[in-house]
Design a protein around this ligand. Structure first.
Ligand SMILES: Nc1ncnc2c1ncn2[C@@H]1O[C@H](COP(=O)(O)OP(=O)(O)OP(=O)(O)O)[C@@H](O)[C@H]1O
Length: 333
């Protein structure tokens, strides 16, 4: 059984008497210990998806239809008490800004001890020992000293390590990390990603890494889901997607990566921008930005097709596969 199965998830925002779709028919699965990435430009719907997984999508947003099953229990049908049981303990979230989660007026140690003691009846001294061990596990030097410090006394990278330590205290099955390194210096970003990878691998924790950067996720995630305007447009093994992207949007994201460009060359940004919810184009929402768009793309929504590399929603790929099938037929006749 999959650890998490998201099926035909639709999330809307109720805005000014209008229903605006933020997620449309999103489906994917996550196995125990697996690491997947959700990528796409700003506004693609990555964070809405991350929050929806723990049923934390606040007003004006709501889950309109679909299911999110944690093993066999549907998170969309859970009451508040059941949701509180899974948030943090089974599914933990890490955000871009650690200060969103850390309490600025409590020491690092007190926050960790409070988390431990809210779930386990142990003495302060024992909880302190566990907290210090966890700080050590996330490679914080002099953990005894850090234990007594306040969040503002730590660097951004160190604060993110503290968050990872605090998330681990409850032994979650899944960590959802929403742009966890975007606010950090490049060298620190790599360290934190490596730490997340090691922690998840060593503890059998599944990871959903949300990022706008395909380069970042390629180092961590086994599988990648590419989102555009609230829909999944391509999904498959990360390496295959990086080496042979099928959807023109995925190709555009890869071309825009700095390392794909020669020194002195300008980055090949995708022309145009992500549409707002109210202005989602008809047919394939990417068509106004797609160099290969046809009339059909403007009219119809492509369904998913397996390309041999990944699952992709694109008429271009569908036509190409049909053409190959025709050629095979001719050769065999
Ligand atoms: N609370 C909200 N009210 C109205 N619209 C919202 C709200 N939150 C998100 N949206 C809209 O939903 C769409 C998806 O937003 P989301 O934050 O999931 O994008 P994202 O891919 O995570 O982008 P970013 O990387 O910038 O966070 C966007 O068009 C956004 O404007």
């Amino acid at each position: 059984m999959n650890l998490l199965s998201v099926s035909n998830l639709n999330v809307n925002f109720h805005m000014k008497e209008q229903e605006l779709a933020a997620l449309i028919d999103v489906s994917f699965t996550l196995n125990r210990g697996e690491r997947i990435a959700i990528v796409g430009e700003s506004g693609a719907g990555k964070s809405v998806l991350g929050f929806s997984i723990v049923n934390l999508i606040g007003k004006p947003g709501y889950i309109a239809s679909g299911s999110i099953k944690l093993e066999n229990k549907d998170i969309t049908q859970m009451n508040l008490r059941q949701l509180q049981e899974i948030r943090g303990k089974r599914i933990a979230m890490i955000f871009q800004d650690p200060m969103m989660t850390l309490n600025p007026v409590l020491t690092i140690g007190d926050q960790l001890v409070e988390t431990i003691r809210s779930h386990t009846k142990i003495s302060y001294k024992d909880a302190r020992n566990i907290a210090i061990e966890k700080l050590h596990n996330v490679q914080i030097a002099s953990p005894e000293k850090r234990f007594d410090q306040y969040p503002h006394e730590l660097s951004g990278g160190m604060r993110q390590r503290v968050i990872i330590a605090s998330v681990l205290l409850l032994n979650p099955d899944i960590i959802i990390a929403d742009e966890p390194t975007t606010a950090l210096d490049v060298t620190i970003q790599a360290e934190i990603l490596q730490l997340l990878l090691a922690i998840c691998r060593d503890n059998g924790v599944a990871l959903v890494l949300i990022s706008h950067d395909l380069g970042v996720v390629s180092k961590v995630a086994e599988r990648t889901i590419v989102m555009y305007a609230g829909r999944v447009v391509e999904e498959g093994p990360t390496l295959e997607i990086i080496n042979d992207p099928q959807h023109p949007y995925t190709q555009g994201l890869l071309n825009a990566l700095p390392q794909m460009t020669l020194p002195g060359q300008r980055l090949n940004q995708i022309q145009g921008s992500m549409p707002s919810l109210a202005e989602r184009p008809s047919g394939c929402a990417f068509h106004p930005r797609c160099p290969y768009a046809t009339e059909r793309c403007r009219q119809e929504q492509p369904s998913f097709i397996y390309s041999g590399v990944s699952s992709v929603a694109c008429f271009l790929v569908e036509d190409m596969l049909n053409e190959f099938a025709e050629q095979d037929k001719e050769v065999n006749e």
